[in-house]
Design a protein around this ligand. Sequence first.
Ligand code: SF4
Length: 190
Amino acid sequence: MAVDRLYALLERLGNLLRTEERAAGLPHGLQPVHLQALRYLQSCNRYSNTPAALTEYLGLTKGTVSQTLLLLEEKGLLRKQADTQDRRVIHLLLTEAGRAVLKEALPPELFKRALTGLPGEGEALEEALTGLLRSLQAANAQRSFGACGTCKHFKREGPGRFRCGLTQEPLSREDSQLLCREHEAVPPAH
Ligand code: SF4
């Protein structure tokens, strides 16, 4: 049955991915969860780089995420910065060292090589996996954490000029590619 075959494939890929992440983190004294936290913080926007958003994204407990942040901070891979408007809100920012570690470790070499060789730059696979992820998130009532440019609140105001319809703040082209905690996918056209 296709369901069994697809599930088995995802299971094997998941195992392989964790094994490769473990190996990639080893020289830096990092576990997969540490690399995943760094990767999220590098890919998310300014509304989403908080401990609460990271906890939600990783689907872990607050305690585990606090330990993760402590270790990453001790290693000088990230720093905390209070919000300029609301000092109670803490933003998590990657340091240069954090970016360097991430660049070296992820994606693990084996995955980089295999994904580079996919036909059509892997567009069909990306579309299929995104659809699968969205339906799983919807079934679990989870946030999508999608890229800003695909959000229903994303507004194009002119060449290279964008705005968030939720916060009414301007967005840059770079912002449009970042992940957001408030992302809501555009409903499919009928
Ligand atoms: S447009 Fe959507 S994804 Fe982008 S910042 Fe606003 S809420 Fe977040």
